[in-house]
Every structure is written in C-alpha cells, then in structure tokens.
Design a protein around this ligand. Structure first.
Ligand SMILES: [Zn+2]
Length: 242
C-alpha cells in the first residue's frame, strides 16, 4: 500500500539537497527564515562561528589550525574555513542540504566556496537576499521599547501602551530602550551591511543564482516566498544537469 504524498512531501522532494546562502541585514529575520528551512526541509544551517567552534572541539586538523590562530588573537584564514567547511559537508546530516550563514563575506571567499563545491559536483543553488526598506527598518527597530519589569514589548508606532509610560501587562512604569536600537545606530548597521554585501550581491547576480526576497512583510509570507525561491532554484539545477 502506498501512502499518498502530502503537499509538504512534494515540496520537500522538489528542493532536494540545495546549497543555499542566506544574506540579510540585522533585523531582516535571517535566523527565523533559516529555522523555517531547517524545520520544513531538514536543511542544516552552517554558521561560520558554530563551524569553527565545532571543529576546534572535535580536534580535527583544520580545527587545530583554527584554534592556534584564534588563541593568538588572529583571524582564521579563508583556507582554514574552507577546510572546515569541506569536512562538515562530508557529514551525513548535511546530505539534505545546507544554508550557509556568515560565509562567504567576500568575493574571494565566494570563489573559494564555488571551487570547494565543484569538487563534489555541487554548486550554490540560490543566494537568498532578504531585502529590507532601510528607512522603514530604522523606524521599526528604533521605535521598540520594553517594560523593564515584565519584558512586554512595545513600539512607538505599532503598539503603544494604553496609558503612556505604564505597562499594560504589569502596571510598571519603567519602560526601557536598548541603547543600540536608536535610529542612528540602526542606520549605521544597515549602511555597513550594504557596503560589505554589495560585491557578493553582484557576484551571485552575475551567476544567476541571486534571489531577492522582500523581507518587510509578515514572517509566514516571507517563509512561503523563500520556499518557492528555493524550489525554483533546485528545479533549475536539475534542468541544467539534465
Ligand atoms: Zn510590564
């Protein structure tokens, strides 16, 4: 007896083992979308920091090399990161696909990554760029404040307490704002992100793998768009290889 496939099965089958890069400025919901891809499709998120820590803990050759550099306060070289990534991509749990987060950061790294994937006949299926409206983003982040007593979240524009300065939930009157959430800091973070990422965006755009996703909407809608983009990317891959 064969069981009929659910739409989720079909979608999961459609995105067989993608290699994805997730790009997005702070506040764009990168973590949320990565978790969705992990849960929905069994992909594994590989962030540079986690990779390095795990390799060091494991004591692999590349891990030892990374440990030495980090202990001396240096920056781990691209070669070492690539070696660690090569080891990690050979682990069976990554066979259903991976989401790279925080690597590559430069076009030199992007080229090294392409070479690494080519070793095993793979390639980047999609570089997903979560795109935000900078001005709206500044407004969204800088308007946030929370109740210092119970942690309830508020917003200047979207969710004011019923009585100004008084928490709806617990009645406390010490509202708090994070100092790094002010408009200037948020604008600076966004500018730094764009400056660093622009060459990568161009790199993947030229290769036809860039997927621009509007990340200003509801989380569920963004998740649906991301899923669709990934499915389309892997469909294109199977057409390329056919
Ligand atoms: Zn409260």
């Amino acid at each position: 007896m064969t069981q009929s496939k659910t739409p989720a099965d079909v979608a999961a089958a459609a995105i067989a083992s993608p290699v994805l890069i997730l790009l997005g400025p702070p506040g764009a919901g990168k973590g949320t979308q990565a978790r969705m891809l992990e849960q929905r499709y069994g992909l594994v998120q590989l962030s540079t920091g986690d990779l390095l820590r795990a390799a060091v803990a494991e004591g692999s050759e590349a891990g030892k090399a990374a440990d030495k550099v980090m202990k001396s306060g240096g920056l781990v070289s691209d070669d070492i990161v690539i070696a660690i990534l090569r080891d990690r991509l050979a682990d069976p749990d990554t066979a259903r696909g991976v989401i790279l987060d925080g690597f590559p950061r430069t076009t030199v790294q992007a080229e090294a990554l392409d070479d690494l994937l080519a070793e095993s006949g793979q390639q980047i299926d999609a570089a997903i760029s979560l795109e935000v409206d900078d001005e709206a983003m500044v407004h969204r982040i800088a308007g946030r404040f929370t109740c210092g007593a119970c942690g309830e979240g508020y917003h200047d524009s979207f969710k004011q307490p019923k009585v100004e300065g008084v928490c709806d939930v617990c009645g406390a009157t010490n509202m708090k704002r994070r100092s790094d959430d002010n408009a200037e800091t948020v604008a600076e973070r966004l500018a730094a992100y764009h400056k660093q990422t622009a060459p990568l965006i161009t790199y993947y755009e030229k290769r036809g793998t860039l997927q621009r996703i509007n990340a200003m909407g509801a989380i569920d809608e963004i998740a649906t768009t991301v899923s669709r983009a990934v499915a389309e990317a892997t469909r294109n891959r199977s057409m390329r290889s056919a």
